[in-house]
Design a protein around this ligand. Structure first.
Ligand SMILES: *Cc1c(COP(=O)(O)O)cnc(C)c1O
Length: 381
């Protein structure tokens, strides 16, 4: 089955009992038993839910994985993966990491005796230098947030050959339509389905996809034992969003490409960070491991002040000033004070998250309208 067919059919069948074409929302906390222990595979809804099962199966299919495990948010999914570790274990990740992931690593799991190293993952040698016998996990994010850097997934995976190290890829920014890390050798893919998977800014959910049965059993155990499960209605919303993932991503990418070119030629704009642009240092790598360059981009202003950036963000009409990304509507945000506020100033400046940096999540509106909106906002700086 190819991707456009998978988003409609993979893991999804009409309901056995009624023929309902859409997966029912099984809004129940428990299931009747004929006699103790005699049930239909469903006992209690933290442990199993049919709506969640369908979402897990479909996401696994989209990521070319055997198993999917869904959680109440992307962070709950991250939490579950970190719980595979033990005190003394070490993790290597990128210094351009999603702020919430950095926070849970440094402010939650560091207290449990796990050690985190943050390196510039654009340079595979830096990752290799940080690997030692205690390394158990390499946590990759690509494209990164908000600098839209590209990390070489195959290059990182090679470092783990013959070693007991899991490679995790946060595939939230790309979505499985653009990038399938498991096919590139990664062990685990994680998504904040809140973003492109749901796609309509109306749900918070996280999902993990993987092939290894033993690790899957551990994650399923954590899902039930710790209990950060998504509700059936939220699973349904993700299933609904997935149906249009392929067509949405095409438009997100095409709009972002046009806007990146428009901004590059704009007199008030400093640097534009978009892997679809030839001058982006990850351009060739992006062409190799992604279908298109994605719907996210960042740019700085020539007037490198926080005031100028704030003005642009307050003057746009279609680009709504809000956190998050990946919905059908365009969003504009200020990483330094919004998504990355939990990262210390020094760390931020090292990675280029300057005060004037503006991040766009390009929606699926008409590109002309979006460029017109940015044009009039930039004119007021
Ligand atoms: C939003 C996001 C997360 C966290 O997901 P939630 O659903 O908000 O908990 C993790 N990684 C990336 C790249 C994100 O954008």
């Amino acid at each position: 089955m190819k991707f456009n067919t998978k988003v409609i059919h993979a893991g999804v069948q009409p309901d056995d009992q009624t023929g309902a074409v859409m997966t029912p929302i099984y809004q129940t906390s428990t299931y009747v038993q004929a006699k103790p222990g005699d049930h239909k595979g469903y006992e209690y809804a933290r442990t199993q839910n049919p709506t969640r099962d369908v979402l897990q199966a479909q996401m696994a299919a989209l990521e070319n994985a055997k198993f999917g495990v869904a959680f109440g948010s992307g962070m709950a999914a991250t939490d579950a993966i970190a719980k595979l570790l033990k005190p003394g274990d070490e993790v290597i990740s990128t210094n351009d990491l999603y702020g919430g992931t950095y926070r849970i690593f440094q402010q939650v799991f560091a207290h449990y005796g796990i050690r985190f190293h943050f390196v510039d993952m654009r340079n595979v040698d830096e990752v290799e230098a940080a690997v030692n016998e205690k390394t158990k996990l390499i946590w990759v994010e690509t494209p990164t947030n908000p600098m839209i850097n590209i990390v070489d997934i195959e290059g990182i995976v090679e470092l783990t050959t013959d070693k007991n190290i899991l490679t995790v890829v946060d595939n939230t920014f790309a979505s499985p339509y653009l990038q399938q890390p498991i096919s590139l050798g990664a062990d685990i893919v994680i998504h904040s389905a809140t973003k492109y998977i749901g796609g309509h800014s109306d749900v918070v959910l996280g999902i993990i996809c993987l092939n290894d049965e033993a690790v899957y059993e551990q994650l399923k155990f954590i899902q039930n034992a710790c209990g950060a499960v998504p509700g059936p209605q939220d699973c349904f919303l993700c299933l609904r969003g997935i149906k249009t993932l392929a067509v949405r991503m095409e438009r997100h990418c095409e709009n972002a490409r046009q806007i990146a070119e428009f901004l590059t030629n704009h007199t008030k704009v400093g640097k534009v960070y978009y892997p679809g642009l030839q001058h982006h240092e990850g351009h060739n790598l992006a062409l190799r491991q992604m279908k298109h360059a994605g719907g996210m981009l960042s740019f700085s202003l020539k007037d490198d002040s926080i005031e100028a950036a704030f003005k642009v963000m307050q003057k746009t009409n279609y680009f709504l000033l809000a956190e998050s990304l990946g919905g059908v509507e365009s969003l504009i945000g200020h990483p330094a004070t919004m998504t990355h506020a939990s990262i210390p100033l020094e760390e931020r400046q090292k990675t280029g998250v300057l005060d004037s940096l503006i991040r766009l999540s390009v929606g699926i509106e008409d590109a002309e309208d979006l460029m017109g909106d940015l044009e009039q906002a930039l004119a007021q700086v």
